[in-house]
Design a protein around this ligand. Sequence first.
Ligand code: AHR
Length: 504
Amino acid sequence: IAQDTRVTIEASRGGSTIDRNIFGQFAEHLGTGIYDGVWVGPDSAIPNVRGIRTDVVEALKAIRVPNVRWPGGCFADEYHWKNGIGAPSARRATVNANWGGAIEPNTFGTDEFMDFVDQVGTEAYISINVGSGTFEEASEWLAYMTADQRSAAGKERAANGHSASYRIKYLGLGNETWGCGGNMRPEHYTDLMKRFARFTRNYNPAQQSGADVMQRIAVGPTDDDPAYTEAVMKAWSERDWSWSIEGLSLHSYTVPQWPPSLPSTNFGEDDYALILSTTLKMDGRLAKHSAIMDKYDPEKKVPLFVDEWGVWLAETPGTPQGFLQQQNSLRDAILAGLNFNIFARHAERVRGANIAQMVNVLQSLILTDGAKMVLTPTYWIHKMYLPMQDATFIPVRFDPGSYRHGDIVLPAVDAVAMRDTSGRLWLSLINLDPRQDRAIAIDAAGLDLKRAGGEVLTAPNVNSINTFDAPDTVAPKPISGTVRDGKVTINLPAKSVAMIALDQ
Ligand code: AHR
């Protein structure tokens, strides 16, 4: 028998805009994230456009990816961009010391990444090398990408096949400088941050002010540690005409134990409940960092970018060590939905997020193996959540009830309401309980609802996955509600995520 939950949507009240950039992607030179996952080369038998695989581009276009962060991650702080431009045959191979000691052929460099960005129709989020690079190297990279052909840098880019300046919307000033990016004290980083912010100029006049201005994202905290949040925001509050930043990064993975050792397949309810309880800590974490940011920035000018998040599990047995390849289950899709709902509740401050990672690495949306490609359950959440991109957050009232497993007590239901950019009302609903369906009674205070329908993602088990041989085990299905007297009832299956349009 289904449990009842009542959800009241305060449809006449509007909140913040839920920035589409919370659906950003992360593509690091790691394992098969780039080579095989994005790049197959122009001579490959796998369908491609100038070396970039067509199936992956088409899948990403369908979810309107707002930005892609590249080239890392830890890789970024050992990446020297000049190795990755010019004639492919002349590029120097290097060693990817962070990730399995793999050879980095540098075949996929700046021009190939920008071609990928263009094919997907997204924005570039470039992470510069602060850890082992120099100010000169970083500023020359920006010149290569953004200067016009009056300069040598612009001429060099044109000689490499791209006459117009590239559009660089986001610039990461380092990566995890508290860890793999150089293990720096916050004070040391803030000094470097100011100089990198000053000297990494975007030479494209259209990106120096106004709506298209490049946003420089500083390294920020890891998980709950407030040290970087305090130091960077204090520095920002004391900025002058000579430098600024336009964003603060947070890295926060769902990883209940380190090193990551929970399996991504064939797990049971113990792991399910533990992982979901760990991921829900994101809410308090965002509240904590937002409160610190509010002290220095009460007007919320500086957005928080959760530019690495997702579940980090044991590597798939048989895959090369250090390639961080893991499967992706219904449980991980529920986790993604919960995080998007949390980001939406923090929409005033959280205006960007990048799931780690886009293809073949950690909580990926897409898995490839040679010519084969499969869309993961997490991909489908991105597709179902399209109405959330730039939607207006609408408050809801509901009693979430509880789902218990052993000592773990979780909310049974989660709900976020929104109006999409066309004004249509939507409700995202998540049933965390793996056994019990819920009858959700919805009223939208004052609105006479006539229709309720959308899509639901569920599967036989919380550990159900999509494979190359069985790609549709976890895929969205239609769901609709019963309407009576302007109110809606929906049967929300156990272990599911739904996105429902509510029409008058
Ligand atoms: O996403 C894998 C790694 O996790 C990234 O390279 C690094 O930034 C983080 O520690």
